[in-house]
Structures are given as structure tokens and as C-alpha cells.
Ligand binder design. Sequence first.
Ligand SMILES: C[S@@+](CC[C@H](N)C(=O)[O-])C[C@H]1O[C@@H](n2cnc3c(N)ncnc32)[C@H](O)[C@@H]1O
Length: 231
Amino acid sequence: MQSLRHRLRHWTGRADAFAPEPGLEAIYRDLFLRELKLLGEEDRFFPTGGAANYSLLYLILRIGADFRPTSVLDVGAGQSSLLWAMLQRRGLVGEVLTLENDPDWGERIAAQVTHEVLVTPLASRTVGKREVTTYDWSAARAGRRFDVVLCDGPRGTPRHSRGGVLAMLDDLPHDFALILDDAERDGEQDTVGAIHARLQADRVDYGVGVVRAAKTQVLFAGGRFLPATFL
Ligand SMILES: C[S@@+](CC[C@H](N)C(=O)[O-])C[C@H]1O[C@@H](n2cnc3c(N)ncnc32)[C@H](O)[C@@H]1O
């Protein structure tokens, strides 16, 4: 099996496919603001600190507007949750569920959105063959399937960061998009590699896209979401 890093190097011609490109943040900001304006929405977002940066906000907006997902799982509450809520209000996305571990932060975001913010404390759980500190994924799933999963929580760890998200690969729909934020970090790259290995082992037909600005997002997609890897 080809490693993801090797595959990305082949596609992009770059050895540092995950390196951020901070100079592009202003470009994604312009694109995000332009699309927001076209929707007739005000810019009330704060893409600062640990929050979603402009390239992630851009990706969410494009996926909502161009692909109209039926069910979204937003992992890690914040600016992303506010944007999914806006897209839902405009009828561009169907169900949205935000998964959060911090009750106070979850409550603050829940007060600003109309969809459910599910707070589950982090606990040590077995996902695949690995023991990870993560959310209660079965409570998040609860008989639901999500065609778009955005993983931007919990707070990162030095290795196998946010590895719990692999639990969402157990029942992957044919049409799916899985976005991992903060892919410039070593811990997230472990998880990006693990997702790639798992999709290959499961013989899933999928593509990979990388968006780089102040932070790096990696997007795995299949079925009707495949063109999203070129956004
Ligand atoms: C990277 S942040 C999630 C960011 C979110 N997806 C966004 O777009 O802004 C990961 C976690 O950090 C915590 N967090 C983020 N912002 C916070 C804040 N302003 N105050 C307290 N906790 C915060 C939350 O527990 C959150 O799930």
C-alpha cells in the first residue's frame, strides 16, 4: 500500500504537502466573504485563535452550497457550528449535529444555533486497535449516518490526535466527505495516515484533497462528494 504522504507528493509534486501557506489566508478570506455576500449573509465570524481559519470556513461554505449534504457531524463546537447553522437556516444543508466535550463551551455555542449540540465528556475508548481519549461516538451516531463529518476537536495531542474520528468509518455512506483540520500537526498526520490505511483496507473508492492557508485541511471524499477534493 502506498503511504498517503507518498501519494500526495506524487500528486502535488511537493514533499511538504501538509505545510501551511499563511499567505493564502487572505485569498480564502476574500472568497469566503464574496460567497457569504452572494448568500446575503453578514460576516459575523471570528476566525481567530483556535477557531476555524478562513480556508476551513471557505471549505464548509462551498461544501454546503455546492454539495448540499443531508446530514452533517460537526466535531468540536465553535465558528464551524455557527456556519453550519447558517447554511441549515438557508436550506443548504439538512441535519446538523455538533459534538462537544466541554459543557460550558457547548452551552455557549448551543445558545447561538438551532441544531443540537451534543456534549459528551472525553473518556478513554478503544477505536480500531487503539486506546484514545475521545467522545462517545455511539451517542453521536445513535442510528444516524452523516454524509459530511468535520473533525476539529477535541484539542489536539502530540500523537494520533483526534484518532477517535476513525469510529465514523465503521458505517461510511457511499457518498461522503470527511474533513480533518490542523493537518499541519504531527498528531493529526498520524490520524490522516490511519484514515487513508483504513479506507484502503476497506477498498473504499475515494479521493484526497489538501487545502492550505494559515492551517491545513485534509479532505477525504467519495461518491458524489468526490469533486470536493478539488475545492
Ligand atoms: C479547535 S477547537 C474547535 C473549533 C471549532 N470547530 C471552530 O470552528 O471554531 C477544539 C475545542 O477547543 C475548545 N474551545 C474552542 N474554542 C474555545 C473557547 N473560545 N473557549 C473554550 N473552549 C474552546 C472546545 O472544546 C472545542 O471543541
